[in-house]
Write a protein that binds this ligand. Structure first.
Ligand code: ADP
Ligand code: MG
Length: 258
């Protein structure tokens, strides 16, 4: 079977997301193609994290449809074949990895165990193979020598690099980053961005990144989406969005952060 590389790997169709009376996403439509590197920028509270959390199946939504890697889920209006079962959600989750602002490593596990745990338990990979792959990934992020350390013994930048290795250990097709450098001291930002920059060269990996690092976004993205109040207000190539934004809201936002 040949894969259609032009078909979107992520497809939000008319998605609505509410928290009680607060509507965060309303009739939200958004596609990402396989291998595309897309950055979401926009003011705090505009719904960027919610989009990533829905993709990671951490948040349910109230209406519309999400398709990921050809698997659709949550069609509560009864238009589709199912409302996602736990099993189906688990299956979707194995295609997506997420790196959070706050690292979220398991504090009681060594660096190596943090990386091998999910492949062992969720994918059922044999320990020797999982450890071999974990060491390769730790080497890639420059931390093989820290494999027996605990998270509390590492700097924030090192912890975030472990978190990236951990996400990659599941061999995700889609990697989500939610402000991966926002919690870091300024001198530690560069080492994390340089790991993400390396991943951005991986042709097959689809990346969706929320960041306030505008220079970095301009450098690594195929497409930048300016997000405001739950909508994509403007999107385009990085040079268009940063060099010649069309919308007044985009210009206003960029002048506040650049
Ligand atoms: P961003 O990542 O762009 O800063 P978020 O997606 O985190 O925005 O939040 C969008 C809106 O949803 C905000 O108004 C936020 O307060 C609200 N929100 C997010 N998570 C919850 C939650 N669990 N319960 C209630 N409101 C939430
Ligand atoms: Mg956020």
């Amino acid at each position: 079977m040949t894969e259609d590389n032009t078909a979107p790997i992520i497809e939000f169709s008319n998605v609505a997301k509410r928290f009680g009376p607060l509507t965060v996403l309303d009739d939200f439509n958004f596609n990402v193609r396989k291998g595309e590197k897309v950055t979401l920028i926009g003011p705090s509270g505009s719904g960027k994290s919610t989009v990533l959390r829905i993709l990671m199946t951490l948040e349910p939504f109230q209406d519309g449809k999400l398709t990921l890697s050809g698997m659709s889920y949550h069609e509560p209006n009864g238009k589709g074949p199912f409302k996602a079962s736990e099993r189906h959600l688990r299956q979707i989750r194995t295609h997506v990895g997420m790196v959070f602002q706050s690292f979220n490593l398991f504090p009681h596990m060594t660096v190596l165990r943090n990386v091998v745990e999910a492949p062992l338990r969720v994918l059922g990979i044999a320990r020797a193979e999982a450890e071999c792959r974990a060491l390769q990934l730790l080497d890639m992020v420059g931390l093989a020598d820290k494999k027996d350390f605990y998270p509390s013994q590492l700097s924030g930048g090192q912890q975030q690099r472990v978190a990236i290795a951990r996400a990659l250990a599941m061999r995700p097709r889609v990697l989500l980053f939610d402000e991966p450098t926002s919690a870091l001291d300024p001198q530690l930002v560069g080492e994390v961005l340089s790991v993400i920059r390396g991943l951005a060269h991986e042709h097959d990996l689809t990346m969706l990144l929320v960041t306030h690092e505008m220079r970095f976004a301009r450098e690594v993205s195929d497409r930048v989406c300016f997000f405001d109040k739950g909508r994509i207000c403007e999107q385009g190539a990085p040079d268009e969005i940063f060099g010649a934004p069309r919308e007044a809201r985009t210009r206003e936002f960029l002048s506040s952060v650049l």
